[in-house]
Design a protein around this ligand. Structure first.
Ligand SMILES: C[S@@+](CC[C@H](N)C(=O)[O-])C[C@H]1O[C@@H](n2cnc3c(N)ncnc32)[C@H](O)[C@@H]1O
Length: 416
């Protein structure tokens, strides 16, 4: 019991982004989405205001509208896709599994282990069809975790990504798109996501119902999401810029093309079911909201035919590490990929060694480290803030570029 709670805490500190999913399910409960309130209850959560720190009722209402529109429209698009398996990456804590399995679909919920381990038992207990549901811990940037999660799937999938892509750096976005491409190649199917136009959806929603205060309430929502996730700007190469839609459409289309993918944009207003949260709006607000959603689209992404991946993965990217402490120096050898799944191992080592030794320096040998995600960088930062000056050696080109683009090259001592 105690080990579990230590693991939970280490995982939570390695990547706190899962907290955003708790806010989402609280908003769903307040919007009246079936079963969301029961999930909130079983998770022991309070109101969206308590969980997210968003104080003002207008800000909460704007968020409820966005969340319900996304949830119900995505459920409809999944059903209309005709595929019989929904792979929801990330599944968060939503009741989507209950809704889709009741309609005869199979649901595979993928999320960080901390979420998958928590939500799986709750939803399996609430459903009449536990045999139609599966929950697996993955890191979307980690190909092996995704392949393992879908190892028993032998038919085309409807892969969905709702509320995740904005939390990534550009290098993570590239890793995730590469992984999605591989999954679609292996299984067939499509990838549906509202994420490229999420800023547009928020902006248009808030402007249509909240009038003059819209901008200030939008900022409060952004600050809450960025505070909970420890992510910076909440935008990247995959996200459309509302200030320059045409140019950013070209940019995201080109990014997908590099990965052998193409997108069809589905108009939100034309596919959005009636929402229960309209009960909290005036008729005028509801009309303005529906009209505004005409300028927002969800993306249905499929593989280009005749496309061949240029960089086939050949090396083993399994993570492992060993370490020793001498003369106040923690020496670590890292191998493979350090991401949300694997980085907690280093954090555990650090906390154990620090409680027994005075450590002023961390010498990290990266000669066999293939890739590092934001979660890995966050753990290195925890070491440095905890008093161990971090020095990275043997850094390869991929990791070097990540350190450069994230600015960590100036925070740690780094050598090739
Ligand atoms: C805003 S929530 C959205 C969850 C759900 N789709 C919803 O609509 O409520 C963001 C989710 O992304 C997940 N996530 C963030 N980074 C991830 C990663 N690298 N791999 C898998 N899931 C990730 C978080 O754990 C969290 O559940």
């Amino acid at each position: 019991m105690e080990k579990e709670s230590i693991d939970y805490s280490v995982q939570a500190r390695t990547n706190p982004v899962f907290m955003t999913a708790k806010t989402a399910v609280c908003l769903m409960a307040q919007a009246g989405i079936p079963n969301a309130a029961e999930i909130v209850n079983r998770l022991g959560l309070g109101s969206a205001e308590e969980v997210s720190g968003m104080k003002d009722s207008g800000t909460i209402l704007g968020n409820e509208l966005v969340v319900e529109a996304k949830y119900r429209t995505m459920c409809r698009l999944i059903e209309e896709s005709g595929y019989k398996i929904n792979v929801d990456l990330p599944c968060g804590y939503t009741p989507k599994a209950l809704h889709l399995t009741a309609k005869g679909l199979k649901f595979i919920g993928l999320d960080l282990p901390i979420v998958a381990n928590e939500v799986g038992p709750i939803l399996s207990d609430l459903t009449d069809h536990p045999e139609r549901m599966l929950f697996e811990g993955v890191d979307a940037t980690n190909p092996d975790s995704l392949i393992a999660a879908l190892k028993d799937v032998h038919e085309p999938i409807c892969l969905t990504t709702e509320g995740m892509m904005m939390y990534f750096t550009d290098s993570e976005v590239n890793a995730v798109i590469t992984n999605v491409r591989s999954l679609l190649e292996a299984h067939g199917g499509c990838w549906i996501t509202p994420d490229p136009e999420y800023i547009l959806q928020f902006t248009l929603t808030f402007k249509s119902v909240l009038g003059e205060d819209a901008l200030q309430k939008l900022m409060a929502s952004r600050d809450a999401a960025s505070g909970q996730s420890d992510a910076g700007s909440l935008t990247n190469a995959f996200i459309i810029n509302p200030m320059d839609v045409p140019a950013s459409l070209d940019r995201v289309t080109a990014l997908l093309a590099v990965h052998g993918l193409k997108a069809r944009r589905v108009n939100l207003a034309e596919h959005m079911p009636e929402l229960t949260v309209y009960q909290k709006l005036t008729g005028k607000q509801t009309d303005a909201f529906k009209e505004a959603m005409r300028s927002c689209h969800y993306w249905v992404i499929t593989p280009e035919e005749h496309w061949k991946a240029s960089d086939v993965r050949q090396t083993d990217s399994t993570f492992s590490m060993d370490h020793m402490v001498s003369d106040g120096v923690l020496r670590v050898n890292l191998r493979g990929r350090m991401d949300t799944i694997t980085a907690p191992e280093l954090l555990k080592v650090w906390e154990t060694e620090k409680s027994n030794n005075t450590i002023t320096k961390a010498e990290i040998n990266c000669a066999r480290l293939q890739y590092i995600s934001s979660a890995g960088l966050r753990v290195l930062m925890i070491l440095q803030k905890g008093g161990a000056k971090v020095r990275l050696t043997g850094v390869n080109d991929t990791v070097w570029e990540i350190l450069e683009t994230t600015g960590f090259i100036n925070i740690f001592e780094v050598a090739r």
